[in-house]
Design a binder for this molecule. Structure first.
Ligand code: PLP
Length: 360
C-alpha cells in the first residue's frame, strides 16, 4: 500500500504511524462536520473542542501545575529567542545564558539586543561536546533569568540535570520535550518548537508561570506579549489550527505508550543500542562526552567525509534516511525521537556494525 522509510531527520521529523493514519482517515470530513480541520474556523465549536482537548492532554501528560499556563503559538522556537528577553529582561536589565550549542548561542545573541547578557558557560571552543556540571556555571545573583537549552539537537548533547539557579529558570526544550518527565514547577518558562518531538512544524508550545507575564518592555510586539497571549488563550489571532489538532493526536498516542514516563523508559534503551554499538566499532567516533550524550540525537563520524557520505548513502539505500549530520558539524546524526520505533533503531545498529566490519 505504501513504502515508509525509517526517517532519522532532526526536524521536521518522523511522526507515529497511528497518528498519520488517524489524521488521514479524518482529512476529508472531521467527525461529521463535512470539512477538514484545515478548513475550519478557529472560532467554531468543533475547533474549540480540538483546542481544549490538545491543551488538556498536554497539561495532563506533562503534569503542568495550575501556576503555569500553556500556549500554542506560531513563529517557531526562534521567535521565543526574542520573546523571552522582551518579556522578562526588564526585572534587572540583564540575563544569564549557558551556551551549549548552536541554538542557545543564537538565543543569547538575540537577547543582547534588549539587555546585558552574561555568559554563564560557553562550550564553543571545545566544540560543544560537553554539558557543564553545576559547578562550571558562572551565575549572577541579580539576573532577570537564566536560559539554557535542554538538548542540543545539532551537537547531540543533553542536560541530565536541572541547573540550580536563584533566578527564574528558562529552558528551550524543543528537541527533548515529552521524552521524559519534567518538574515544571522549577521553571519560569519552557518553550519548544513542536516539529522535533510533538507535531508537524508550525506550532510552538510555551509553558509559562503565570506571574512571569505582564512585565514586558514597551517595545514588545503585540504577538510576543505573553500577557495578551494568555488572556486570549493563544487565540489573539488565528492559531496554527491543523498543528494543534495533530499535537492532540500525538498526545493521545503518547498516552497509550505510558505518557512521558513510558517514553523515559524506552528512549534511553533506544539510545544505548546505538551508543553501545558505536563504542565497539573501529571506524566511528562519538561526538559527545559519555556523561553529556543525548538520548534524542546521536552524533558520530568516521575519519573521512567520504566514508561518512558512503555510510549515509548506504543507509538510504536500505530505507534509513536523513542521517547526514548538520551542515555546521558534518558527520552523521541519528535523531531518534519518541516516534522512532525501536525496530528502526535496531536496523540502524545492525547497519553500523556491518559497515564497521566492511570498512576497517
Ligand atoms: C530546531 C530547534 C530550534 C529552532 O526551532 P524553530 O522552530 O525552527 O525556530 C531551537 N532550539 C532547538 C533546541 C531546536 O532543536
Amino acid at each position: 500500500m505504501y513504502d515508509r522509510v525509517y526517517n532519522f531527520a532532526a526536524g521536521p521529523s518522523t511522526l507515529p504511524e497511528e497518528v498519520l493514519q488517524r489524521a488521514g482517515s479524518e482529512i476529508m470530513n472531521y467527525q461529521g462536520t463535512g470539512m477538514s480541520v484545515m478548513e475550519m474556523s478557529h472560532r467554531s465549536p468543533a475547533f474549540q473542542k480540538i483546542f481544549d482537548h490538545t491543551k488538556q492532554q498536554f497539561i495532563k501528560l506533562m503534569h503542568v501545575p495550575d501556576t503555569h499556563e500553556v500556549l500554542f503559538l506560531q513563529g517557531g522556537a526562534s521567535t521565543q529567542f526574542s520573546a523571552v528577553p522582551l518579556n522578562f529582561i526588564s526585572a534587572a536589565g540583564k540575563a544569564d545564558y549557558a551556551l551549549t550549542g548552536n541554538f542557545s548561542t543564537i538565543a543569547a545573541k538575540e537577547a543582547k539586543k534588549y539587555g546585558e547578557i552574561h555568559i554563564a558557560y560557553d562550550g564553543k571552543e571545545e566544540g560543544f561536546h560537553h554539558i557543564p556540571r553545576q559547578e562550571e556555571l558562572v551565575l549572577s545573583k541579580d539576573a532577570s533569568y537564566f536560559h539554557y537549552c535542554a538538548n542540543n539537537t545539532i551537537f547531540g548533547t543533553e542536560w541530565n540535570y536541572v541547573p540550580e539557579v536563584s533566578v527564574p529558570l528558562v529552558c528551550d526544550m524543543s528537541s527533548d520535550i515529552t521524552s521524559r518527565p519534567v518538574d515544571i514547577s522549577k521553571y519560569a518558562l519552557i518553550y519548544a518548537g513542536a516539529q522535533k518531538n510533538m507535531a508537524p512544524a508550525g506550532v510552538t508550545v510555551v509553558i509559562i508561570r503565570k506571574d512571569m507575564a505582564g512585565h514586558e518592555l514597551p517595545i514588545t510586539p503585540l504577538m510576543m506579549n505573553y500577557e495578551t497571549l494568555i488572556k486570549k488563550d493563544s487565540m489573539y489571532n488565528t492559531p496554527p489550527c491543523w498543528q494543534i489538532y495533530m499535537l492532540g493526536l500525538v498526545m493521545d498516542w503518547l498516552e497509550t505508550k505510558g505518557g512521558v514516563e513510558g517514553m523515559a523508559k524506552i528512549k534511553h534503551q533506544k539510545a544505548m543500542l546505538l551508543y553501545d554499538a558505536l563504542e565497539n566499532t573501529k571506524v566511528f567516533h562519538l561526538h559527545a562526552d559519555p556523561d553529556s550524550r543525548s538520548d534524542m540525537n546521536v552524533t558520530f563520524r568516521t575519519d573521512s567525509a567520504e566514508l561518512d557520505a558512503k555510510f549515509v548513502a548506504g543507509a538510504a539505500d536500505a530505507g534509513m534516511v536523513n542521517l547526514k549530520g548538520h551542515r555546521l558539524t558534518g558527520g552523521i546524526r541519528a535523531s531518534i525521537y519518541n516516534a522512532m520505533p525501536v525496530e528502526g533503531v535496531e536496523k540502524l545498529r545492525d547497519y553500523i556494525i556491518r559497515f564497521d566490519k566492511e570498512n576497517r
